[in-house]
Design a protein around this ligand. Structure first.
Ligand code: ZN
Ligand code: ZN
Ligand code: ZN
Length: 124
């Protein structure tokens, strides 16, 4: 009886997490998910276990692991002067596909440069 209850609880937790992730934005962190489920009695360890189990695609953003349920690409353009980080989407991976010996799942890219704001300031 006790065992049945435990399994039941686990399934419910899984359902709650699954539904939440399906309705969340493209990219999310474990903390964001935890914030939304902690009042439902789900711990951070459960959230991490769940995210690992489902083998979501992972990226590093602001020193944090970011998850995505789709194999989205996650690209940063970081300004070396003001430090601002912009996200952009790279849809066409043809050039990269050609130099890779296999099939691409997802891609993370960090490009450093000088943003337009800083370029303008330099011109003045
Ligand atoms: Zn992937
Ligand atoms: Zn990012
Ligand atoms: Zn800048």
């Amino acid at each position: 009886m006790i065992i049945n209850n435990m399994i039941g609880r686990k399934t419910t937790q899984k359902k709650i997490l699954e539904e939440l992730i399906n309705n969340s934005s493209e990219f999310f962190t474990a903390d964001e998910i935890y914030e939304k489920v902690k009042n439902k009695g789900i711990g951070i360890a459960t959230v991490y276990r769940f995210l690992k189990e489902l083998k979501y695609h992972t990226y590093i953003c602001n020193k944090k692991i970011v998850y995505s349920k789709e194999n989205n690409n996650h690209c940063h353009f970081i300004c070396k002067i003001c430090g601002k980080k912009n996200h952009f989407n790279l849809k066409n991976l043809d050039t990269i596909s050609k130099v890779i010996n296999g099939k691409i799942c997802h891609l993370q890219l960090d490009i450093t440069g000088i943003c337009n704001d800083c370029l303008l300031k330099k011109l003045i």
